[in-house]
Write a protein that binds this ligand. Sequence first.
Ligand code: MN
Length: 334
Amino acid sequence: MNVPDGLIERLTSWRRAVIVGHVTPDADCLGSMIALAKGLADDRRCEVTVSLPPGSVSQRLAFILDQADPALADPRAFAEADGIVVVDTAKVSRCNVDRSIPDNWADGKTVINIDHHASNTRFGDINWVEAEASSTAEMVYWLLLRANRSLSPMLCSLLYAGMITDTVGFTLSSTAPGTLRVAGEVVAQGADVAQIGERMYRSLTAGEFRLLQTIYANTRVVADGRIAYSTADHDEITGAGCTAADIDDQVNVPRSLRGVKIAMLLTEGVRGKTRINFRGESGVEVLELARSLGGGGHAEAAGAILDMPIDQAVPLVVARTTEYVDRLSGGSDS
Ligand SMILES: [Mn+2]
């Protein structure tokens, strides 16, 4: 994987940097942000902070913050930064920046955009977008390696967490030979496989477990088994003891049914707004579908947010998706 010319030179010339990720950060976003922050600060010439507004990290990923303990960006850090690195984020409106930070936080700063979303809008001054990359963490690994930064066991665990989760345990087609080589390399250098495995897959809180029970119970199959979807409305999420930040990979519940081509999860973490996660199986792409609803993402994993309550969104999205899969099968000989 080639890091664009000039990116490392620019990045390592800074004395103050802020790392920004996307709203409702997942393990790839969080791992990439903090690994990059630790790696850049490694030569002690750069003060690096990460933008993580209070309450924006899920219960499941809170251990990453506790263990890695990154310095958090405040308004002063944004104001004084030489530049900003945005990771794993397709467009500026998805940036996870606290309300206390002025809206023009990027004005006059060099913005480096490092991402693997196909829908990335290339909003940076330097854009490194690899739509084929398994994860942003895999890209950050190459960046730090080329910048001659040392990879501590903690940093390797952060990258490993991002890679294993964005590939759903190395089970998606985005898992390339190079992905597994990088995973092997970070494990060789101390990534804690057992701890990441336990934390990511076997550490549900009672509330997260209750939310999953709801998502199993609410799963519906339509369009002759080609579409499976589930829902969690605002009361169901808060009633389980969860928040919008805890909606992450639960779309894997409807996705786990045999024969499903498109899986969806519709959630109302914020009352009156409906977030949709789309997943395509067997090579079915969902990015166009997400885009038609104002969203974006990857070819086979995308999302959108609709400005309407979930009971209005569900029939609309199910109808739209049914039309979409009908069009797909109409175009083939099946
Ligand atoms: Mn990612």
